[in-house]
Design a protein around this ligand. Structure first.
Ligand code: ACO
Length: 156
């Protein structure tokens, strides 16, 4: 179990440890690089060790999108992902955003569970998003990933 002295703080300098985590959420370095510079970046640290990241970008007025969330595999399923999501929702509220969006693969069952548990609702499907935007097929939960499920949560 992870000790309870975890903290979530903003970071600006991206290290290889950050990259390793970011690439578990999004296997395309090109796509990660496309949002990295302009993203609001937060890291979850436990006893000086990097255990998680969450990145958000501005999309439309008063809307911010969580474009990347990742927790170190060794400490998954211990509530840290939920902690990062609640942090991001609180941060967005403090910054006066009204909507937080997130997208994930249609085959990402655990992620879809977690996001809906945190109050996100499905809004639409980007059909063939992963076929059209990724050079290699992505296999997840024994399925070829094709479609992106988009969800959002109102925070007003
Ligand atoms: N089906 C349904 N629920 C599942 C499954 C499954 N196959 N596997 C695990 N769960 C549940 C767990 O039981 C837990 O729920 P509970 O607390 O109600 O019991 C929940 O999923 C996981 O919650 P946390 O422990 O808070 O989350 P965790 O710390 O594991 O982080 C995360 C979740 C960030 C998705 C992590 O698994 C991860 O880093 N995965 C790899 C990267 C990734 O896929 N990132 C998201 C991509 S989409 C995006 O970035 C916008």
């Amino acid at each position: 179990m992870v000790k309870l002295d975890t903290k979530i703080v903003a970071f600006h300098k991206v290290t290889s440890a950050h990259y390793n985590l970011l690439l578990t959420a999004d296997p395309s370095k090109e796509i990660v690089d496309s949002y990295l510079d302009r993203a609001y970046k937060f890291e979850l640290i436990n006893c000086g060790k990097l255990l998680g990241v969450i990145l958000l970008i501005d999309t439309r007025p008063k809307t911010v999108e969580i474009v990347n969330i990742a927790v170190d595999e060794s400490v998954q399923n211990q509530g840290l992902g939920e902690k990062l999501l609640h942090f991001a929702l609180n941060w967005a509220k403090e910054q006066h955003y009204s909507t937080v969006e997130i997208g994930t693969g249609s085959t990402s069952f655990a992620q879809l569970y977690l996001y809906q548990k945190c109050g996100f609702r499905v809004t639409n499907i980007d059909r063939n998003f992963f076929v059209d935007n990724y050079p290699e097929p992505i296999i997840e939960n024994k399925l070829v990933l094709k479609d992106m499920i988009r969800l959002k949560k109102s925070i007003i």
